[in-house]
Design a protein around this ligand. Structure first.
Ligand code: FES
Length: 170
């Protein structure tokens, strides 16, 4: 499915219905609610690039659960975004090995030199920075992913180069 350029309710409803139908086909009506929520959220994020807050009541209605339940799941999983990400995405590992190898210094550099921090997108929407917890690249800590490309032993200079290559104004 191609990412949409903006939120629209008609597409969101179609995605929700399609994921519900798959669960019903697989488990019957009783298994629908328990098994549909995460696939619906995943499909919405894949299509729109994020899970718009306007989807929450639509999902709650479709699955006959409360909006609070849906909201709780969306906010529990850090992978679900509540706004579209930038053109480029830099994911920085904050788990143990990368912490031990100085990732905090890199995060401080981002904040002090470029005025950006994980969980945000630059004002020109060129770059989104996210925290992740272990990329399976611990031998090359501190590790990151830039547009899904693994990077190891990153340092302040790597960050400056990535920001320049993203064309982000910070
Ligand atoms: S702890 Fe960072 S890649 Fe494993």
């Amino acid at each position: 499915m191609n990412p949409a350029t903006s939120w629209d309710e008609t597409s969101a409803r179609a995605i929700i219905d399609a994921e519900r139908s798959k669960a019903i086909d697989f488990l019957g009506p009783d298994g629908e609610t328990a098994t549909s929520l995460l696939p619906i959220l995943h499909a919405l994020q894949e299509y729109f690039g994020y899970v718009d807050r306007a989807a929450i009541p639509l999902i709650a209605d479709a699955l006959n659960i409360s909006k609070a339940e849906v909201h709780g799941v969306v906010t529990f999983y850090h992978d679900y975004r509540d706004a579209p990400h930038g053109t480029h995405v830099l994911k920085i590992c904050r788990a143990e090995s990368c912490q031990a190898m100085g990732v905090q210094r890199i995060v401080d550099h981002l904040r002090n030199r470029h005025a950006v921090k994980p969980g945000t997108t630059t004002p020109d929407r060129r770059l989104t920075i996210e925290d992740v917890y272990c990329l399976g690249n611990c031998a090359l800590s501190p590790a990151a992913l830039f547009d899904d490309e693994p990077m190891g032993r990153i340092d302040e200079a790597t960050i400056d180069d990535l920001i320049a290559s993203a064309g982000a104004r910070t």
